[in-house]
Design a protein around this ligand. Structure first.
Ligand code: T5A
Length: 228
């Protein structure tokens, strides 16, 4: 987690980045944080964080879920571990930062569980919603950027990083179902989820994200510059 010390009195804002493996979320979050930092330096801090693994406890859960790729984890255990990671993350990082009026940029949140454990693994939506609600207390993003990318391109992008983790090892069909899940979520929640074509240059994607954030009036104060 990186904290840029800016300070401020406004209500916090929660912006999430979602997408299939290798969609470019980490890349875009870093660039968005730097851009936002330069624009709201008088108002508040920009926090970047991720799931799983946004807390000390979450890092241990992340290791179980992803790095121990040879050990068997049941689908039910997997769902609950993502829920446990999120519960700790919301309680220890996200909610306290929002309460301080800061802007939290998060790499994956509840929609990942719907897409991966719901559409990917086949859990009923009602079961996923229960776990998500228990973990978050109902917290939702103010805005979610869905970086939409063909799963084969995304898997190729991350393919050079050594041994694939447990989720990356899942079948291509699994990842297609995950993408379909995001598609349906974006259709069902158009006010919260914005699709970004991620099959473009990093710069083109970042320009679109910045443009969408400039248009998001809820993000800015009168004293915060909203244009370059
Ligand atoms: N998961 C997570 C669940 O199943 N349920 C849940 O509830 C949650 C929260 C997390 C795994 O856990 C699963 C989903 C995941 O499988 P992770 O390691 O955090 O594992 O994996 P990801 O979140 O998918 O992160 P990745 O690093 O794999 O992908 P990113 O962050 O989307 O992509 P990024 O920015 O690291 O870029 C990947 C590569 O592509 C290049 C980058 O330089 C990098 O090499 N790249 C581009 N190349 C070309 N054009 C562009 N526009 C590019 N942008 C980046």
């Amino acid at each position: 987690m990186n904290i840029y010390p800016i300070g401020g009195e406004m209500s916090g804002k929660f912006i999430v980045f979602e997408g299939v493996e290798g969609a470019g979320k980490t890349t875009q979050i870093q660039q968005t944080a730097t851009w936002l930092q330069g624009r709201c330096s008088q108002d508040r801090s920009i926090i970047t964080t991720r799931e799983p693994g946004g807390t000390k406890l979450g890092l241990k859960i992340r290791q179980i879920l992803l790095e121990e790729s040879d050990s068997w984890v049941s689908n039910r255990t997997e769902l609950l571990l993502y829920g446990a990671d999120r519960a700790q993350h919301v309680a220890a990082v996200i909610q306290p930062q929002l309460d301080r009026g800061n802007i939290v940029l998060c790499d994956r949140f509840t929609d990942s569980t719907i897409a991966y454990q719901g559409y990917g693994r086949g859990f009923d939506r009602s079961e996923i919603d229960k776990v998500n609600h228990l973990a978050t207390g109902g917290l939702q993003s103010d805005l979610t950027f869905w970086l939409d990318l063909d799963v084969t391109i995304g898997l190729q992008r991350v393919g050079g990083r050594g041994k694939p983790d447990r989720i990356e090892q899942a079948s291509v069909d699994f990842h297609h179902r995950v993408r379909q899940g995001y598609q349906e979520l974006a259709t069902n929640y158009p006010d919260r989820i914005v699709r970004i074509d991620a099959d473009r240059s990093e710069a083109a994607i970042q320009t679109e994200i910045q443009s969408l954030l400039i248009q998001a009036k809820w993000l800015w104060t009168e004293t915060t510059p909203i244009e370059d």
